[in-house]
Design a protein around this ligand. Structure first.
Ligand code: C2E
Ligand code: MG
Ligand code: MG
Ligand code: MG
Length: 285
């Protein structure tokens, strides 16, 4: 009996693993299919200048509309795309489409300075030798100026590519493309590279912002990151701001920019256009 049970358990375990592996393989196949069949869209989350409560730009966040499974979260498919290298074509698609959309908005709704777009660059993408060339081409093609494009790169993506990173980042700086360090505070603790690389802004990770009111440690981390940005004379963006209390605390520390559900979830391009057309102002809300 015990033996039978043991075998059954073993088989159960085995079939679960098998199911997981096939699900992953299926997702990978579907992901290849998705590129060809244009199942991706971009949502745009507004980024707000806290001094004026004005929207200064948007972060482009990719969305996958799977034909059978419906919406698949980027948290789920980006790691698969990263592992299989599919992130490279997906990433360039996102950048091209986001820049095309940005240019259309800039023309329709001129502001001073012009609206910006933030695009996430994965570790794999950051290691592509032709990254600079591709970005150059996309900017040319869409008519977007380098200063309107913000690349969101994690500390780990830079640290895993230190050899190529320096040259790459200097090139980007020459093109006036902005470098924003995403999920700041969750990666490497060594801060020495902040001096070495032309960083324009730190994005405080959502996990710290979320717990501002919950425990004092996170509050201190948030304060420390903002102070660090001020002393380096670079910008700082708080991500994942959901409550008025979090916002009030960020204001006390003079955090310059914020982004989060308190202001707006990521919007489809039509809703984002409506927001821009209505004056980009959150103060009246
Ligand atoms: P991220 O770059 O740190 O983006 C911020 C994430 O936080 C987004 O999740 C956004 O929807 C979510 N968020 C923003 N405000 C709030 C808030 O107030 N509360 C909560 N709970 N969440 C908030 P999303 O869109 O699911 O993207 C997850 C991650 O997937 C991104 O984290 C980014 O690392 C990656 N990702 C998304 N789009 C792309 C892309 O086009 N290329 C690459 N390489 N990665 C992407
Ligand atoms: Mg980001
Ligand atoms: Mg982030
Ligand atoms: Mg994050």
């Amino acid at each position: 009996r015990a033996k039978a049970l043991g075998k059954a358990r073993y088989e159960l375990f085995d079939s679960t693993m098998y199911a997981q592996a096939t699900e992953l393989m299926q997702l990978e196949m579907d992901l290849r299919h998705a590129i060809e069949h244009q199942e991706f869209i971009i949502h745009y989350q507004p980024i707000i200048l806290l001094e004026t409560y004005k929207v200064i730009g948007f972060e482009a966040l990719v969305r996958w509309q799977h034909p059978q499974q419906g919406f698949v979260s980027p948290e789920k498919f980006i790691p698969i795309a990263e592992e299989t290298g599919l992130i490279v074509p997906i990433g360039y698609w996102v950048m091209r489409e986001a820049c095309r959309q940005l240019r259309a908005w800039q023309e329709q709704f001129p502001t001073n300075p012009p609206l910006t777009i933030s695009v996430n660059i994965s570790t794999k993408q950051f290691s592509q030798p032709d990254l600079i060339e591709q970005i150059h081409q996309i900017l040319q093609e869409t008519g977007v100026e380098g200063r309107s494009l913000k690349l969101e790169i994690t500390e780990s993506a830079i640290m895993e590519n230190t050899e190529s990173a320096t040259a790459m980042l200097l090139h980007l700086q020459q093109m006036n493309v902005q470098l924003h360090l995403d999920d700041f505070g969750t990666g490497y603790s060594s801060l020495s590279y902040l001096h070495r690389f032309p960083t324009n802004a730190l994005k405080i990770d959502r996990s710290f912002v979320m717990n501002i009111g919950v425990n004092g440690e996170n509050l201190e981390i948030v304060q420390a990151i903002i102070t660090l940005a001020h002393s380096l004379n670079i910008d700082v963006v708080a991500e994942g701001v959901e409550t008025v209390e979090q916002l009030a605390q960020l204001a006390v520390y003079k955090c310059k920019y914020a982004q989060g559900y308190f202001f707006s979830k990521p919007l489809n391009s039509k809703l984002a256009s409506t927001l821009i057309a209505s004056g980009l102002n959150f103060e009246s809300n």
